[in-house]
Design a protein around this ligand. Sequence first.
Ligand SMILES: *Cc1c(COP(=O)(O)O)cnc(C)c1O
Length: 369
Amino acid sequence: MSDKPVFVTKPHLPPLAEFIPYLEKIWESRILTNCGAFHQQLEDELGKYLGLEHIALFTNGTIALVTALQALRISGEVVTTPYSFVATSHSLLWNGIKPVFVDIDRNTLNLDPARIEAAITPQTTAILAVHCYGHPCDVEAIQIVADSYNLKVIYDAAHAFGVEDAQGSILRHGDLSALSFHATKVFNTFEGGAIVCPDAKSKVRIDQLKNFGHAGEVTVVAPGINGKMSEFNAALGLVQLKHLDRALAQRKRIDAAYRERLEGVKGIRCLNGAGEKVANYAYFPILVDSGYPISRDGLYDKLKEVGIHPRRYFFPLISDFPMYRGLPSARRENLPVAAQAAQQVLCLPIYPDLELSIVEEIVQLISSQ
Ligand SMILES: *Cc1c(COP(=O)(O)O)cnc(C)c1O
């Protein structure tokens, strides 16, 4: 097959020469962090790009999530999905909050709003949902449950950069959304993240929390953390942003190529979006069901043998890790849809400069078992 290994993703980078002038400015100014000029500029430009007014940059997505929960003063129990990257639930444990796992929807693999109500107790204060693979949650149904029980809604939007519904960015839903700009994400700053805030007032509080709780030179108003994005990462983000539309268009082409070629392969289901108006094609998940000649893990091994490295996102479920599996809500009987998805899913390689000939070869291998 291809001579080099093909991984599930390859971090997207701009031409190095475009980044050098930014580094020269940083060297000249000696402003390396503490919300300098590039930090301000990236907040502004991301706001314009996403059509959102209040964005607080962070050092990574996990600290953004932890801080979002702090900002809303969430405590007690939070309803969440077991089908995500482990940072989603870890952000709860870091706040001393008990996760309550609720099963996912069969079609989107996002938190199933119809099952939330049964998991609510007097201790429940919030819902922490994930736009898994960048496919939007049923935000309206989630908000209805939240409103009737007076719960906050936080979205882990680590996968959902640039995704839009008919009214605009899906990041405007809920009380806060947390983004990740990690190397493997659609928009990366090496490491980085952000919180999307509904208004200027909540951004002020979040900006204080990410800066040790400082509200001025000699005033500290909260036990904040160091969540600031450095000038290096912010400058890189500015350069990345210039190339993003092209990268998204390339991802779209690869997504379409997979779909067209995998159609009709027995036992393979390509996961569809959730009706989003603008998708970001962050991942290409397929589900390998019992109609396929070999198991998901069998296919995973076959691909690896020829240098193709898909990932089993998300397997194991978060609720199966040692720090969660003792929770009553982590029981398998409570999470049948998630448990099945974790056994069937395989995320195929997708990144902007993935050659279509490799897509062709991957599909050939999948359809010839
Ligand atoms: C990547 C990711 C995170 C963590 O973001 P980092 O920037 O790596 O800290 C959180 N949740 C989900 C769903 C992710 O995919």
